[in-house]
Design a protein around this ligand. Sequence first.
Ligand SMILES: NC(=O)C1=CN([C@@H]2O[C@H](COP(=O)(O)OP(=O)(O)OC[C@H]3O[C@@H](n4cnc5c(N)ncnc54)[C@H](OP(=O)(O)O)[C@@H]3O)[C@@H](O)[C@H]2O)C=CC1
Ligand SMILES: O=C(O)C1=N[C@H](C(=O)O)C[C@H](O)C1
Length: 261
Amino acid sequence: MVKVLVAGFKGRMGNTTVQMVLEHADFELVAVYDPMASEKNLNENPAYAQTDVPVFNQLVDIDTKAEVWVDFTRPDSVFENAQYALQHGISPVIGTTGLQDDQVIQLQALAKQKGVGGLIAPNFGISAVLLMQFAQKAAQYLPDVEIIEMHHDNKLDAPSGTAINTAKMIAEVRQAHKQGHPEEKETLAGARGADYEGMRIHAVRLPGYVAHEQVLFGGKGEALTIRQDSFDRISFMSGVAVAIEKIRAYQELMVGLENLL
Ligand SMILES: NC(=O)C1=CN([C@@H]2O[C@H](COP(=O)(O)OP(=O)(O)OC[C@H]3O[C@@H](n4cnc5c(N)ncnc54)[C@H](OP(=O)(O)O)[C@@H]3O)[C@@H](O)[C@H]2O)C=CC1
Ligand SMILES: O=C(O)C1=N[C@H](C(=O)O)C[C@H](O)C1
């Protein structure tokens, strides 16, 4: 049995992960964490009345045998959480987006120093993992590209972690260049979106949406659009389960679920 701690257990993703871990035959939920939690045990929540799992609201109090730390928290919390997990020999499986490049480098150095495996996955959905790989392939032949990511209106960060990762993967095969007319001007600020090495990234936030991304390629007289949709947060759970199962076999912190597939 893999012993799992879920950080951000009351959130949309954290709660979905708690349910998945409880239902999984090979996983044991040993703790949950949220600094704002007032309860002491998960069984204080009527939905989990039969589930005896301690709730922690301070990092220093966490005294469990957790082997894997699943993090679906906030962009401003995840670095501290991941550091704490690595320092205590717990493998972080990070879904939270918004980590800066220098923070990822610091965490990777810490993982190496401690010999602890970990994963940062900008997206645990297989449709998104495939979209990023297909987009990287397409960009070899169609280097003019724009990304449109669409999310629910409670999302804190923009652009999404998936969109940034898509741009980074494309940038590995695409020479940086400005797109559009050399003299183009925005008559309304932000009209052309964010700029990543000349690729434009547009972020849509609307009620009713979950998580969706389109990558648009334009060539001479032709176009290609690649799209993925997560209609339900269950779409992320098989990826989270794979990460929990496999991550302890590694001694480094990797970025991207594809590293484990
Ligand atoms: N990689 C992937 O496949 C996916 C990644 N995500 C990412 O996961 C993150 C969470 O998303 P979502 O579940 O929708 O967000 P929510 O806001 O629904 O959940 C976040 C939860 O974390 C709690 N929290 C805040 N600070 C901390 C902390 N320091 N430690 C532990 N818990 C904390 C919040 O409490 P409070 O509300 O009181 O602040 C909240 O309950 C986002 O970054 C999102 O982009 C989302 C979907 C898929
Ligand atoms: O906040 C979300 O919901 C999601 N966040 C991740 C991201 O920023 O890419 C993954 C997915 O898009 C859902």
